[in-house]
Design a protein around this ligand. Structure first.
Ligand code: G1P
Length: 281
């Protein structure tokens, strides 16, 4: 079969952060493993990547994150215990993921920001476009079409980096990367400016980046040249601004719902939402 150069196969999951907002829960458990109902946040993200055709999963982890690798591996002991019992179906989804994805891991040795975390994944990604999912932004599908698959479709058309955005109240811009630009089609903006976590008075708009990106691989060289920015960290927003100045970044107002599971409020909201949507015990 001819290799489709444009097809995005890989998805990077930065998962090295400490999760301090969820202490003490995150003292010995990676924050990406906190469950919404019975499923860890990271598994939702991996399922979203798979739905977009990205089945090479690359995870940037750190110290104390081994539970992530164990989760995406076969547990022979458990399989043996529940095989043929009424509990067998509990493992169906994760088995399916393990059968359909490959996983690779690398560690971010120092916490120097999201841009730095993404650069740490370079060896796992190589020279091809890739998705990025920040698992604490939990997204629900719109009409069965996940946010990442909507973005992958857009990538087929534009072939450049893409950030997912949504409108936020102006007094919340300090929590996000914020973009400005010109509409080029419905829900698609050609980005001309982006600022990491601006005060409302400095925000170029109220369109905030959420944790879904498609990046072209030239981003790695750009990150290497990017100086520390907000909070003294190497910001992906700053690296993307360099691409945007070449006209090579678009922002997409996605269809669907997104929960900020990096905050307790958002986490509870997501839990209630998914429970009410029809949780099957
Ligand atoms: C990161 C990015 C920010 C983006 C946000 C989305 O910030 O730096 O630009 O808006 O993710 O969740 P963090 O939430 O990791 O501080």
């Amino acid at each position: 079969m001819p290799h489709n150069k444009n097809k995005i196969r890989k998805c990077l999951f930065p998962a090295a952060g400490y999760g301090t907002r969820f202490l003490p829960a995150t003292k010995a458990i990676p924050k990406e493993m906190l469950p919404v109902l019975t499923k860890p946040l990271l598994q939702y993200g991996v399922e979203e990547a798979l739905s977009a055709g990205m089945n090479n999963i690359a995870v940037v982890t750190g110290r104390g994150k081994r539970a992530i690798e164990d989760h995406f591996d076969i547990s022979y002991e458990l399989e043996h215990q529940i095989k043929g019992t009424s509990k067998d179906h509990y493992l169906a989804e994760i088995r399916d993921i393990i059968a359909n994805c490959t996983f690779s891991y690398t560690r971010q040795m120092e916490m120097k920001g999201l841009g730095h975390a993404i650069l740490s994944g370079e060896m796992l990604i190589g020279d091809e476009p890739f998705g990025v999912v920040l698992a604490d932004d939990l997204c629900d599908n719109a009409d069965g079409n996940s946010v990442l698959s909507q973005m992958a479709e857009l990538y087929d058309k534009y072939g450049c980096s893409i950030v997912a955005v949504e409108e936020v109240p102006l007094d919340e811009t300090y929590k996000y990367g914020v973009i400005a630009g010109e509409n080029i089609e419905e829900n698609v903006v050609r980005v001309s400016d982006m600022v990491e976590k601006p005060d409302p008075k400095d925000a170029p708009s109220n369109l905030a980046i959420i944790g879904r990106y498609i990046l072209t691989p030239d981003i790695f060289d750009i990150i290497r040249e990017t100086k520390p920015g907000k909070a003294g960290e190497i910001q992906i927003t700053d690296a993307l601004l360099a691409q945007a100045k070449q006209g090579n970044v678009i922002a997409y107002r996605f269809k669907g719902k997104r929960f900020d599971c990096g905050s307790v409020d958002g986490f509870v909201e997501a839990t209630n939402y998914f429970y009410e949507k029809g949780y099957q015990l």
